[in-house]
Design a protein around this ligand. Sequence first.
Ligand code: BDR
Ligand code: CA
Length: 320
Amino acid sequence: MKRVIFDTDIGIDDAMALLFLHYAQGVRIEAITTVSGNASIADTTRNACYVRERFGIDARVFRGASGPVGPALGQGHPDFVHGKNGLGDISFSEPLQGAELQSAAEAIVELAEAYPGEITVVAVGRLSNLAKALVLCPRLPELLKEVIVMGGVFMRRGHQGNVSPVAEANMAGDPAAADKVLGSGLSVTVVGLDVTEETIMDEAFVETLQTQAGDAGSFIYDITRFYFDFYEGINDERRCPIHDSSAVAYLLAPQHYEVEVGPTRVVSEGVAMGQTILGLYPERYASDAWQGRPDVRVCTSVDAAAVKTLYLETLALAGK
Ligand code: BDR
Ligand code: CA
């Protein structure tokens, strides 16, 4: 059984990823930890509690960082992508149960200590909570099994950033935190735009969910109206990348991904703020910025059809 902490700025694609985890076989969600990003920390925490309650997810929710640990690219929240409430502006009532008193960072440390070598953190927002957890517990790399991060872009096959030519949103939202996590010695796999933008969902995909995945399918259909409107506005097509669920797909089926391995930096200032740079040959560089840094795995290629099938088959369990 995989014990998972889902660390999220729960907006539309995060909610889809949480349902993917919830209905996956052999996964135990130990906690949902929230972070500011797609919406404010108050809204992402409320959204986590709402999705937990609506779908009967047996996991505690811990409120996390309300802002980045260092300078970040941009301000505010992308309500033009995820809606003002972070869930595509669907209406819903306040969840009955709220978050725990403990912070997200404290919860990550406590769970890592309770289950040494067993916990995987699937981090699909800014890495602020993990950076804070590393401060609380510097030996976290010895305690966590692995961290799977949705974030970054490595310019493979022409992929570029989504908040600047070189930066992806989760990395740009807290570059110092991301650079700390990627250099910490945690066992990290990065699932970035190079693969999430190859894994595309369209209206037919969502309609299949709507007919086969019960209330989960209806919910996904409803929250993706706003999301598709946004993508149609920029691309003229009602289709979009499957970002956060790709990190869950890597957890469940890493064989669907090809990885490159090496030390990876996140640029934390200047015009390239948020850029992720894999240094495959540290000893060849004049710069020592990659020297002595631990390796991370970077996903550079994906069997997108297999990932989408896995998502649909897993969510179909919600309709049974
Ligand atoms: C990432 O940014 C957030 O808006 C999404 O939820 C995803 O985690 C994509 O760049
Ligand atoms: Ca996210």
